[in-house]
Design a protein around this ligand. Sequence first.
Ligand code: 13P
Ligand code: SF4
Length: 383
Amino acid sequence: MATQTGLPLFVLGQGADPHSEKGVECPGELPPASDPDLVERARKAKEALGDRLFVLGHHYQRDEVIQFADVTGDSFKLAQQAAARPEAEFIVFCGVHFMAESADILTGDGQKVVLPDLAAGCSMADMATFDQVEECWEALEDAGLAGEVVPVTYMNSSADIKAFCGRNGGVVCTSSNAKRALDWAFEQGRKVLFLPDQHLGRNTAVLEMGMSLEDCVVWNPHRPGGGLTREQLDRARMILWKGHCSVHGRFTPESVDDVRARIPGVNVLVHPECRHEVVLKADHVGSTEHIIKTLQAAPAGSSWAIGTELNLVKRLATMFPDKNVSFLDRTVCYCSTMNRIDLPHLVWALESLVLGDVVNRITVDDDTAHWARVALDRMLALP
Ligand code: 13P
Ligand code: SF4
């Protein structure tokens, strides 16, 4: 199968995130995907809502949805943008659940954040539950280590986990500021508990901060004591949570070897959620926003193999027809949960708002929001 852009498209089932999709039905009448008027309906609803509405779109969203975003960006830029729109009554978040939660935390009480499909979760965020993280922290306290550990959570985590970090002197980071967040954390303490993406934590520590792989240990929440000995914990500087992205985790070092053999002179550009062995073999690494900027600045005629979500890679191929853009691995699929936000769900959410019905509102309780905001504000204040 080939995409419109000519990129090879191999979709390996949509099961990348079974937990986040389970049992979440749309509570209303979705327009059929075959309705030829969907684009016009979305446009009209947006027009009717005018300045009361602000639509945010993550780079991994489908084209059919991204065309209606007022701002597109990576998770850091979208968090900043949500915080900078106090006048918008409705923030429709075309992205995943943890992003909409962060937008609710960063916006005022009168502002309502809507996620067009509640099944748009994130399997990585689901890999660190509040109870598991509390259990880990208690074990670190029992070992007399918690006082020197600063918790840092990736944006891709639930509001509970962000609040945990806020309460315990920690911070949130995204893929575009992970180094700055870790620099800050190591000014506050001697060790970091990095949640929930072990790959972003390891890649940043080793490739950007000069740590060694031996400085990093992995806490497995499914093993007693995280599966670590006291000595390992004592020696570690980075305690990485055993979590990963089910999309980026599929790229392999062989994908890089293979693309280099197929495309002479190709530049390999990957997201830091990829495994360390993959990032080591790549030429460049960076957030989604960084990936776009790198392509923008690349010379015409250059070849690029991109290791990130397929919707973005397809869009890059369309945006930069003067460059050869390909997908790093033919067997990697779309992010199934990002893809949940489609045009029927967007039209349904927007038309409901026009009728005065705020559907799929995402709210975070006051205490959680307060402490999560502490951790988010520390991130937004990073130099
Ligand atoms: P960015 O932080 O680069 O936007 O990527 C985040 C991501 O994976 C969203 O799921
Ligand atoms: Fe989560 Fe990975 Fe999808 Fe991002 S791409 S939303 S980290 S599963």
